[in-house]
Design a binder for this molecule. Structure first.
Ligand code: UD1
Ligand code: CA
Length: 457
């Protein structure tokens, strides 16, 4: 769209009704913070360097949340109303073109609605266009007062409205498109002369009119996009909506999702066709899953890359891990912190991997802890194997070559290397390097005392 568009996102308010230590716009829906949703919508109409987020409560954290998008921030150190918040963006925002005002806590506003508002504004030669909605229950929203010619004469806040004005069903969404030059020219005319003693941005309507300019309104098609978030109840509802949209899109793209209402898939997740997502799973963050995979019920997968045909059996927790094609994981496996699991690897029940690489076709089928280790292709890790990677102060690596057989219940005291093709006897405690092809036995010998039991009794 036109390069003369800019956006200011008001995100300085705290949101007392969230009853939270965290400021409202940092709460998440669909895996993204509320303010990120709004930044992403803004980026559909303006380049990042023409977008300003006005931050106030927990300004540093909110700024950090929007920083990756390259948008600007402006500080409103005390919340003194929407008019004051916008004024705080004056230095950072462009002085020319058309300026759109969005709220950081209204994440459902669609690209299409915004585009329609801008279209009308740009073609209408008006000083401002207000996005409005007609509601059966207009509650405490500001009311839109229209003149005989259909233009907007005023926005009256509920508190200040007469009985007659309160009966108006057309409300102010709080989203506007302004002629930027006129906005900045007159914004200082907003006063605190109202019951709340705040700078009301809505006063701009009358100020612009008094200076001979026209203000129009556009009634939005679907007022549910305005659903603002004031409580955790509304947060849950918006989260549900985002996830429902996401699951629907994935299913339309060929992913099988059983009981989609029970799964939580973050918005940035990608999943290939014919992958089956079982009920009660959570697939989060920047996870990418290939085609023909299965994500078993109860599993949580965060920031992972899974190849085609990967089978994740039920109840696995997998984070920051890459898994090659056709590998099998679980049930009940935990993979955390930067694992690289090769193609056709098997990681079975009650196996934990941490910062570990497993070469193609390697297996750890039951009950193992493998940390800070490198395991070669086709190596078999027996049940109960533990890498002792921590000496109480530091972490140490375990290096295991290709084709190694590690017998059950082995203890590998790091740093230690097991060379390719070596064989570790079950129950060994391995503290020294095992040469290629060698058998290592590190345990007490068994002695049998004949007839001992009978003598004892
Ligand atoms: C505002 C409008 C009202 C409209 C309603 C729609 C005014 C005076 N009233 O009312 O007509 O119907 O929105 O939801 O504008 N904010 C700041 N700094 C401040 C105050 C607010 O950044 O000092 C931000 C808030 O974080 C929020 C947004 O601006 O994202 C709206 O503020 P809010 O207090 O919710 O406005 P309302 O009183 O609901
Ligand atoms: Ca509000």
């Amino acid at each position: 769209m036109s390069s003369s568009l800019s956006v200011v996102i008001l995100a300085a308010g705290f949101g007392t009704r969230m009853k939270s230590q965290t400021t409202k716009v940092l709460h998440r829906a669909g895996g993204l913070t509320l303010v990120e949703h709004v930044v992403r919508t803004a980026m559909t109409i303006a380049p990042a360097d023409r977008i300003v987020a006005v931050v106030g409560h927990q300004a540093e954290r909110v700024s950090a949340a929007v920083a990756p998008y390259g948008v600007r921030t402006a500080l409103q150190d005390t919340p003194r109303g929407t008019g004051h918040a916008l004024r705080c963006a004056r230095e950072a925002a462009p002085a020319d073109g058309h300026l759109v005002v969005l709220y950081g806590d209204v994440p459902l506003l669609s690209e299409a609605t915004l585009a329609r508002l801008i279209m009308q504004h740009v073609s209408g030669n008006t000083a401002a266009t207000v996005l409005t909605a007609e509601l059966d229950n207009p509650a405490a929203y500001g009311r839109v007062v229209r003149g005989a010619d259909g233009s907007v004469e005023a926005i009256v806040e509920f508190k200040a409205a007469t009985e007659q004005q309160r009966s108006i069903r057309e409300i102010n969404s709080g989203i506007y498109c302004f002629d930027a030059a006129l906005l900045w020219k007159y914004i200082d005319s907003i006063t605190t002369n109202n019951p709340a003693g705040e700078y009301y941005l809505t006063d701009m309507v009358e100020i612009l009119r008094a200076n001979g300019h026209r203000v129009d309104g556009q009634i939005m098609a679907d007022s549910s996009e305005l659903l603002g978030i004031n409580t955790k109840v509304e947060l849950a509802e918006v989260d549900r909506l985002f996830r429902e949209r996401k699951a629907t899109q994935l299913m339309l793209d060929g992913v099988t999702i059983e009981r989609p209402e029970s799964v939580a898939i973050d918005l940035d997740v990608q999943i290939g066709a014919d992958t089956i997502v079982e009920p009660q799973t959570r697939i989060l963050g920047s996870t990418v899953i290939g085609a023909n995979a299965v994500i078993g019920t109860g599993s949580v997968i965060r920031n992972c890359t899974l190849g085609d045909g990967v089978l994740v059996q039920p109840y696995c927790v997998i984070e920051d891990t890459q898994i090659g094609e056709a590998a099998h994981v679980g049930p009940f496996a935990r993979l955390r912190m930067k694992n690289r699991v090769g193609a056709h690897v098997h990681v079975g029940n009650f196996v934990e991997l941490k910062n570990t690489e497993m070469g193609e076709g390697a297996k750890a089928n039951h009950l193992a802890y493998l940390g800070d280790s490198t395991i070669g292709a086709k190596t078999n890790i027996g049940a109960g194997t533990i890498t002792c990677n921590y000496d109480g102060k530091r972490k140490h690596p375990t290096t295991i070559g290709a084709g190694v057989f590690v017998g059950s219940n082995s203890t590998l005291v790091a740093p230690v290397t097991l060379e390719a093709g070596s064989f570790i006897a079950a129950g060994s405690v391995i503290t020294e390097q095992v040469p290629e092809g060698a058998l290592a036995i590190g345990r007490g010998r068994q002695t049998n005392k004949e007839g001992w039991v009978a003598k004892k009794v």
